[in-house]
Ligand binder design. Structure first.
Ligand code: ADP
Ligand code: MG
Length: 266
């Protein structure tokens, strides 16, 4: 059988067929039912491997889901709005989503959770921090490489740009970011997270005019979701401190980054 399946590229059938024979005999399957099982094996196998490939290509830093999100901790977040977004009509309408808020309130978590939903139904997704995106584009050694890299960020139906606000962009990086947002405009969704209010984007990009033009396109078809509240990281730290007496140095460093408290020594 192998020599027949191989040239037809029916790898999933090749792998799973031996296990279909016995139950087929046992249940006395009709030829039609058996053929259906064989074909389903290939179709299902291909669907799963395509999903794996897309998941890998998405480069999610970690897997987070909406189901594990604790909405009671963030009363400022409209749970219904998020569940509606998870139905993914924003991908079809090429609408952008912007999560704004201080560190630790779950901006990245929400972005990844929506990305996971999009991947599950078959969309292509790419996750990247602004720092990596900007340096990747600006370090292209010549025009053809830049074009290729641009295509990488234009192709996925959902592009997540995380951590806007932590890095100030050079003039070249800002121009390239603008070009990317302009070219994705009405072509593909962007999910963006930022700890910086829009009024500060001029300083972030080193150019008020460019920032205004970028925001104009980013926000024309967009849902901007502002999240207030406490850091969830701090909640975990406080809970651990109550049980262990003190947090780890890593946690203190995190606290320092977010709240300006001295991390101190171990
Ligand atoms: P931000 O991107 O806003 O800085 P993150 O999304 O990285 O915050 O959240 C920090 C950590 O806290 C992550 O591990 C995230 O999964 C978790 N987290 C944040 N908010 C919630 C929440 N409401 N429910 C469950 N986990 C949360
Ligand atoms: Mg984040």
């Amino acid at each position: 059988m192998k020599e027949l399946l191989h040239p037809l590229h029916l790898g999933h059938v090749e792998a799973g067929l031996p296990e279909l024979y016995e139950p087929a005999r046992l249940h006395g399957l009709t030829y039609e039912a058996f053929l259906r099982r064989v074909l389903t094996l290939e179709i299902e196998g291909r669907r799963l491997s395509a999903q794996q490939t897309r998941l890998k290509a998405a480069r999610l830093p970690v897997r987070k889901t909406l189901e594990e999100f604790d909405f009671s901790f963030q009363p400022s977040v409209n749970a219904r709005q998020l569940w509606e977004l998870a139905e993914l009509s924003f991908v079809k309408t090429k609408t952008n989503i912007v999560f704004l808020g201080p560190p630790g309130v779950g901006k990245t978590h929400r972005s990844i959770a929506l990305a996971v939903k999009a991947l599950e139904v078959g969309y292509c997704v790419l996750f990247i921090t602004l720092a990596h995106l900007a340096s990747d584009l600006a370090s292209a050694p010549h025009a053809s490489v830049l074009k290729q890299r641009m295509r990488r960020y234009l192709a996925p139906q959902v592009l997540v740009i995380d951590e806007v606000g932590y890095t100030r962009l050079t003039e070249e990086q800002a121009t390239l970011l603008f070009a990317l947002v302009r070219d994705r405009y009405e072509h593909g969704s962007i999910i963006l997270t930022s700890n910086t209010s829009f009024s500060e984007w001029g300083a972030l990009m080193g150019n008020e005019v460019l920032a205004t033009a970028l925001l104009d396109r980013l926000l024309h078809h967009a849902e901007a979701i502002s999240i207030q509240g406490k850091s969830y990281r701090m909640k975990n730290r406080e809970a651990r401190r109550r049980t262990n007496g003190t947090g780890s140095r890593e946690e203190r460093k995190e606290e320092f980054r977010e709240h300006g408290a001295d991390p101190g020594a171990d």
